[in-house]
Structures are given as C-alpha cells and as structure tokens.
Design a protein around this ligand. Sequence first.
Ligand code: UDP
Ligand code: MG
Length: 310
Amino acid sequence: MESGKKISVIVPCFDEEEGLTTFNQTLIRYLPANYQYEIIYVNDGSRDNTFQVILTLAKNNPAIKYISFSRNFGHQNALKAGYDFASGDCAISLDADLQHPPDVIPELILKWEEGFEIVNTIRNDHHSISFAKKTSSRIFYQIMRKLSDVNIENGMADFRLIDKKVLKQLKLFSENYLFFRGIIPWMGFKQTIVPFMANERFAGTTKYTFKKMLKFATTGVTAFSVKPLRLSIYLGSAIALLSFLYGLYAAYIHLFTHRAITGWTSVIFSVLFIGGINLLMLGIIGEYLGKLFIENKRRPNYLISETNLD
Ligand code: UDP
Ligand code: MG
C-alpha cells in the first residue's frame, strides 16, 4: 500500500562509470514499494563517463536526479549537496560501489518506521577488506574517540538514514571541513545503529588514496577537537620538569664530584629534542590556523555545473 511518503537516496559518485548501472538496478530493487523515492546522484567531478551514465539513467527514470559539480570537491561535500537538495521524508546515503549493501536499506527503513530519527550503520569487516584498511580504520576511530568528545563507533560508515527533521537541521551546517561521521552522533535525536557486512568493491578502484585518507583523518580530529592544542601544554610541562631534574643532576655532579662534564651529547640531544617538539606544536597550531583561514572565507562547499533539481 502506498504510504504517500518519499525516500531520498543520496549517492556520491567519483569515477564510477563501470558499476553505476548495476548499482542503480540493485538499489531500486531494495527500495520498498510502499514509498515514493528519489535518487540523487552527485557527480563529484568524475574524470570518466560517470556523468553520461547518470544522464542516461535519469532519462529513463524521472525519479533519478543529478547534481554535477564543477570539479572534485570530495566525498563529504558531495554528501552535503545531496542532503541540501533532498526533499524526502527521510534521506539515505550510501556509496556507489555496492560496498554499502542496498539489501540493508529495508532494515534502516524499518528502524525509521519504529521511530528512530537517525539510523547509523557500522561496518563489520569482511575478510576481503585489506588488513591495512582495517587496521588504519581501527586506529583512526580510537584516536578520534580519545581526542574529540564525540563517541564514534568503530567502523561508522557514511551509510545512514536520517529523518527529515534531522535533515532540516543538517542543512544549517556549512562548515568547510565537514565530517558527517562526527557531526551526526553529535546532533542527538533518537539514534540507533545497524551493523552490516561490507562487500568487495563491485567495480573500479577505491577513490580514497592514502593521501585522501590522511587528509580525512586530520580533518576528523581537528574539526572536532582542540585537544591536540592542549598537547603542547602537557608536553611542554613534562619537558620542563625533565630539564629541571637534569639541571639538578648537573649541579650535583659539578658541586660534589668535581668531574668535568664534556656534555656535547646531552646538549645536542636536548637541542634536537626541544626543536622537534617545537616544530610539532607549531604544526598543530598551523593546522588550526589554516582551517580558521579557510573557514573564515565562507566559501561555498561545492559549485554545481549541472543539475535537474532546483
Ligand atoms: N567519492 C566521491 N568523491 C571523492 C572520493 C569518493 O564522491 O573524492 C565517492 C565514491 O564514488 C564512492 C564513495 O565516495 O561512492 C566512497 O568512496 P570509495 O568507495 O572509493 O572509498 P572506500 O570505500 O574505498 O573507502
Ligand atoms: Mg568503497
């Protein structure tokens, strides 16, 4: 029975031409028949024929919408565009490579129908996910939890359902360093978590290079916490204390043993050590300063070159 409600599905795409048609078929198969739907494909500056594929899909199905960026703005900004334009009673975001299995969607909707306003998912690692990816992801979430005050579960994915109430609030977020996995748990509302088994990428290769992952992780921490800045106070005090103790020891040697101190090694060591710590702290401060600089410009998160949404 038709409920009269609409589900928005948001799919960020960057160079996904090979798998997108299959993805689209699979996705539609798992969308419940008692809801209307719209699928918003966000073409994040793909260099291949992803946009042509999307246009073909949209021509054959009026429920398919697209937003095409003027260049690559990154996964999080692609998600933001989708959230900005979604008009459904709830919005589901998922990756275009079938790693976020569409067969979990009915379960997300069930939770929503039960009254949850945010349905998160966490990835239960599959044996096919590389060891490096698993480990780096685990370490990342551990650091994230230590440093920020947001409780992000291990393996939290950008595969989630949010109610239109949450969507309305989410549209108010226009920070340049977006990190939805931090923002969403921070928002409150009635939240729940559904685990899923990640598949292998259906086609193409990962768009998260090591460099992108590092950038993402840095943003995750620095956009959510000022604790790294506090690190300099702790490290500084620890080093000052150690230097003081060493000074006492040096004075003792000088006054009571009368042994001459050659001292070269210790001088070099302390100079290098203090220098290193100094640079590290400057780097941390610089990271925040840079973010302030960019944020202060209030530039838009993305620029649209073509869309069939208004
Ligand atoms: N993606 C994007 N812009 C980017 C990088 C990735 O829109 O700059 C999309 C990509 O098309 C996919 C999703 O974000 O739908 C996740 O990327 P990917 O599968 O490459 O990451 P992984 O699963 O390896 O972490
Ligand atoms: Mg993927």
